[in-house]
Write a protein that binds this ligand. Structure first.
Ligand SMILES: *Cc1c(COP(=O)(O)O)cnc(C)c1O
Length: 389
């Protein structure tokens, strides 16, 4: 028997050369390659308008990466050194590294069992029992945070909120009071290779973010540095890719929605016991993560899937508190995040995934996840029928 062809976990899709050429020609003509060049400044305007097509637009500041954006906005909050920033245990490590590199301490909290998010309600509980100087909730796997609820949190508690919406461009709205950071990394839905974006209605904070992204140089006060920053600027070349990606965005959104809807249907039919994140149905999600039924562990299934040519990943496993660098920072027990981390399984998902590949993933999951109901068996029989038909 021949080995089945590999189904990759993800295949990044960035604008091709032809789509870049008009922007690269602009760079040639401008001879301006970084340091707040015209393409980066136009990109900020385009992004800002995309968040509020009719109302007053927020300020958008480009950054070298999503992580740089997080560090810059945390720095711009100007909290006392060593302040605690509440964040979820179930997230990418950059959420925590940004807090430490900004001079603060992470305070690692638990997440909601159905949305997999750190919610304003749990943040209020942590804030009642810990000194919380800021909160950094995450739009986990692209699932948007409720900005009205976070705005209310800021107003009630006076605690600033920075949403790490790295992978949630297209889903995450901007609050009046909470600041939002997006990533333009190659693996996100809107990709420029590397890049980031800080979005806020606070124009003074935005000015501090801009300054910190340029070493802290204060151009209005004799180009002196009052607060040390970093080099966190987006180059004109990355801005060019982001412009081309924005041009293609409406088409990509439709394609992603179509493939997502079909894939969910296929998985649901083959393996109804595979859980999914509670999230807006028409969102744009760069990755697909299933939740195995209790008792099954993603790590145990991975080799079996790989032997069928199916690449998978345990996203965000281990949880932050189980990385040596962050082990000291758990706010308390983290039962939900620990349970989810064992059972979440990232399945192959990319914009060109075809019907045969989706069916192969579905069939393998049906085989490996024993069905509680007989529904799964009948679907399997039906699938065998389809392939032999
Ligand atoms: C991707 C990601 C980041 C890091 O973004 P970069 O642009 O790669 O620096 C941070 N947080 C979360 C939740 C992410 O998914």
């Amino acid at each position: 028997m021949s080995t089945p062809s590999r189904i990759p976990l993800l295949v990044a899709q960035l604008p091709d050369t032809d789509a870049l050429i008009p922007y690269l020609r602009q760079i040639d003509a401008n001879r301006w390659y970084t340091n707040f060049g015209p393409l980066a400044m136009q990109l900020e305007q385009r992004f800002a308008a995309s968040f509020a097509p009719t109302l007053t637009a927020p300020t958008a500041i480009t950054a070298a990466s999503g992580t740089a954006g997080l560090e810059l906005v945390l720095g711009a909050l100007e909290l006392p050194p060593g302040s605690s920033v509440l964040l979820p245990a179930l997230t990418f490590v950059a959420t925590a590294t940004a807090v430490i590199r900004a001079g603060y301490q992470p305070l690692i909290g638990d997440v909601d069992a159905s949305t997999w998010l750190l919610t304003p309600e749990t943040a209020r509980e942590y804030a009642a029992n810990h000194r919380v100087a800021a909160v950094m909730p995450v739009a986990t796997f692209g699932n948007p945070q409720d900005v009205e609820a976070w705005d209310a949190f800021v107003v009630d508690t006076g605690i600033p909120v920075v949403i790490d919406a790295a992978g949630a461009y297209g889903n995450q709205r901007i609050g009046r009071y909470c600041h939002v950071v997006f990533s333009l990394h190659a693996t996100k839905a809107l990709a420029a290779g590397e890049g980031g974006l800080v979005v806020s209605y606070d124009t003074e904070l935005a000015a501090r973010v801009r300054r910190l992204s340029n070493f802290g140089i204060d151009l209005e006060r004799g180009s002196q540095v009052f607060v040390a920053g970093e080099n966190g600027k987006l180059s004109e070349y990355h801005a060019a890719v982001a412009h081309a990606a924005l041009d293609q965005w409406p088409v990509m959104v439709e394609r992603r929605r179509a493939v997502q809807a079909r894939y969910h249907y296929v998985l649901q039919r083959h393996c109804p016991d595979l859980g999914m994140q509670r999230r807006p149905e028409h969102g744009i999600y760069p990755i697909l993560v299933g939740l195995l039924p209790p008792g099954l562990r993603a790590g145990d299934l991975q080799p079996h899937l790989l032997s069928r040519g199916i690449e998978t990943r345990q996203w965000y496993c281990p949880t932050l508190d189980r990385h040596p660098a962050f082990a000291a920072y758990a706010a308390g027990p983290l039962p939900v995040a620990h349970d989810l981390a064992e059972r979440l399984l990232g399945l192959p998902f990319f914009i060109d995934i075809d019907e045969t590949q989706m069916q192969r993933v579905g069939a393998a999951m049906a085989e490996l996840v024993p069905a509680e109901s007989t529904a799964c068996d009948s679907i399997r029989a039906e699938f065998k029928h389809e392939v032999h038909a």
